[in-house]
Design a protein around this ligand. Sequence first.
Ligand SMILES: Nc1nc2c(c(=O)[nH]1)N[C@H]1C(S)=C(S)[C@@H](COP(=O)(O)OP(=O)(O)OC[C@H]3O[C@@H](n4cnc5c(=O)[nH]c(N)nc54)[C@H](O)[C@@H]3O)O[C@H]1N2
Ligand SMILES: Nc1nc2c(c(=O)[nH]1)N[C@H]1C(S)=C(S)[C@@H](COP(=O)(O)OP(=O)(O)OC[C@H]3O[C@@H](n4cnc5c(=O)[nH]c(N)nc54)[C@H](O)[C@@H]3O)O[C@H]1N2
Ligand code: SF4
Ligand SMILES: [Mo]
Length: 732
Amino acid sequence: MVETRPSICRNCLAFCPIIVTLDDDARVVSVVGDPASDGFEAYTCPKGRAIPDQLRDPARLLTSMKMTEAGRHEPISSATAVSEVASALRRIVDEHGPDAVAMYIGTGTQQHTFGPKAGAALLKALGSTLVFSAATVDKPAEKTSLALHGNWQAGGQRFEDADTWMLVGANPVIAKSNGLPYNNPARRLTDAVRRGMKLIVIDPRRTETARQAAVHLQVQPGEDPALLAGLIHIILANDLYDHAFVAENADGLAALRAAVRPFTPANVAARTGVTQEQLIEAAHVFAQAKRGGVVCATGPSFSLNADLTFYLALCLNTLCGRWTRAGEPAPYVNVLLPAHTPRAQPLAPYPAVGGRRFRSSDYQQNASGLPTAALPNEILMPGEEKIRALICIGGNPVSAWPEQGKVEEALRDLDLLVTIDTHRSATAELAHYVIAPPMALEVPGTTHNVEYLKYLGVSRGYQRPWAQYTPAIARRPEGSDLIEEHAFFYGLAAELGLPMELTVPHAMGPYAESPPTRIVFEPGYVPSLEEVFEHAFAHSRVPFAEVKRHPHGHVFPVETIVQPRDPACSAMLQIGAPLMMQQLATIAEPHSCVDGDGSEFPFRLISRRANAYMNSVGIDLAKLNRQMRGNPLFMNPADMAGLGLHAGERTKVRSKHGEINAIVEADTSLREGCVAMWHGFGTGSSERTPGSNVNRLLSLDDHDSLTGMPRLSAVPVAIYAASEAEPGLVDA
Ligand SMILES: Nc1nc2c(c(=O)[nH]1)N[C@H]1C(S)=C(S)[C@@H](COP(=O)(O)OP(=O)(O)OC[C@H]3O[C@@H](n4cnc5c(=O)[nH]c(N)nc54)[C@H](O)[C@@H]3O)O[C@H]1N2
Ligand SMILES: Nc1nc2c(c(=O)[nH]1)N[C@H]1C(S)=C(S)[C@@H](COP(=O)(O)OP(=O)(O)OC[C@H]3O[C@@H](n4cnc5c(=O)[nH]c(N)nc54)[C@H](O)[C@@H]3O)O[C@H]1N2
Ligand code: SF4
Ligand SMILES: [Mo]
């Protein structure tokens, strides 16, 4: 007998509602979108539909592993792994102090929302301050720019009634990330365009999203700050800004006006490769619409001067008054997080940097956290502050961090590398202990993490009060010994005799209206995830029991109207922050955003994401990568002709920092002079899927100064034929 159950896909942050068919043994047979769910239209992507294959992947770890003296992995019971890792941590902390231990939280943890929180609680109990995450190799400028500019307490204007929308280096139709509502973004965009919304896309590629654009500015990569400064120049020169809103809510207009003066349409057109007419059209479409918003994503975040790009986007929003006003429905209403009171008022700027500094470079703690790109050098550098133990949770540094060679060297240098991973990832291969957790559908889950996203940047998450809970519905594989991530950390705490306090914030950073919920169980007790949920959602806006009554998810009737400004509020947004105005002056010289005259490295390598893969997840799953092919080098046919290259040919891609092989694929959507590759491939091991690791072309030292965000896009490269090279494999 087969059974169908509603649940939540947890392969990306869209958390699509799904219907799972189970066989007699509660094994997952198929996954489809849930037609009963409100506003997702039964949408799933290939990654969601591949869940049955993911669960049964022969490469999946069914037990934890320990590295032997001979350097091989052998199975180990989870109980023994907990006690051995606890002793190793105790030894390292006793000898070198708590900050010899660090943690890295990657993107593979979203199904285990409380795993990272339990990890952070353990580190705190040990006395370590070193919790790093993928956020600082993603879009740290989202947070530093908000710190410099301030935020609007009620949030940005809603996409669903916007007349215009501007996306800078975002492709949410594929990524279901920044820029469009997460529930079936392609459909949301089509609906909006049909009702007359004008989309402006700034992207070197004519992406799946850009195809719907009224104006597509096919920018030269890395020139986003100049382009946005140019749009602001036009808006100010033509007096298109919202005088009343700016006068009431923002300081710094004169400084901004002076700083954008050199960015005339002619200057900006010359360096960005966008025509003056297009610039003028985009500025007018954006400023003259009634409602809208600008959103930046990884494109500009990866391309240096990211703080400035994200900051200028916030300035554009403020100049045009693109924030929700009193009396309007609030764009994001909590369901599983506690109620909040949206007010039409600024949240004043706060420090963008401060806290811990690092030895190895000019890296420092900033509003987005600790700079992850500092870790390899902090591990390798001798001295008292050397990091000697790293616990990775759902992350794959060997694949995801720049300068793969150095990352591997650093991980090999550790006294203790522990990684919690469903697979023997490239990072797991180097680990002393690989801890095997259950996968989504084998554990309960909720959508609550999406509700936090609104505090991290403009227009993120669901714009409706949607929430869903799912119990664990699938049985774990026969003969497996898996340990939930939070249970691993509670187990370590029990072994070490340390107290665990789980901290569940009600909002992020300065936006919290009430202190976080602190969850403390009896010392030594390992709670179930369900128990953690009951405590974590004790103060939710909609009672957790009510959320549970809607197994297909629900848009809860909790519309919240934005309140007027508090008479006591004197906060102002800042659109002329001195640090940003200085950066504008630095880039005012054309070609200062991109390097050199381009003769040695004439192409710009840019980032992009694949619909079938989630970073490195899925690349070696036959259902998602049928031909087990690597990551091609996408190139405009005109550029291919210029180099005499043909589709399917082997090439070498060379940067200042390294060289990789790749197979050319023609792509007319790319701007000439730009090439693109997916990341996540190429782990250096011949057993794995072919493909090259783009991070071999990058450098940890090539980074933004405020956040330490390394350059992952707009990378100067040279391309040449390499008929002798092995197809798609990394040069050892
Ligand atoms: N299917 C799928 N979904 C994912 C992921 C995945 O790997 N696959 N990854 C998830 C993660 S971790 C994240 S952070 C999000 C990311 O989500 P997005 O930030 O939307 O990522 P992309 O889809 O790569 O879109 C980035 C766009 O920036 C453009 N770009 C590159 N360089 C520049 C530049 O210098 N300037 C400008 N203006 N544009 C540029 C690229 O052409 C690309 O279209 O997606 C998440 N969702
Ligand atoms: N060149 C280049 N570099 C990049 C990027 C780029 O676009 N180009 N993108 C950057 C961005 S935006 C990000 S966010 C980072 C991503 O950086 P990471 O998150 O470190 O990289 P992933 O490849 O997503 O690693 C996820 C790991 O989680 C594991 N995993 C999957 N499911 C589970 C689970 O249920 N539990 C546990 N514990 N583990 C699981 C997977 O097997 C995988 O090893 O990479 C960054 N690096
Ligand atoms: S977009 Fe795809 S991977 Fe993301 S939640 Fe939906 S089905 Fe899952
Ligand atoms: Mo990311």
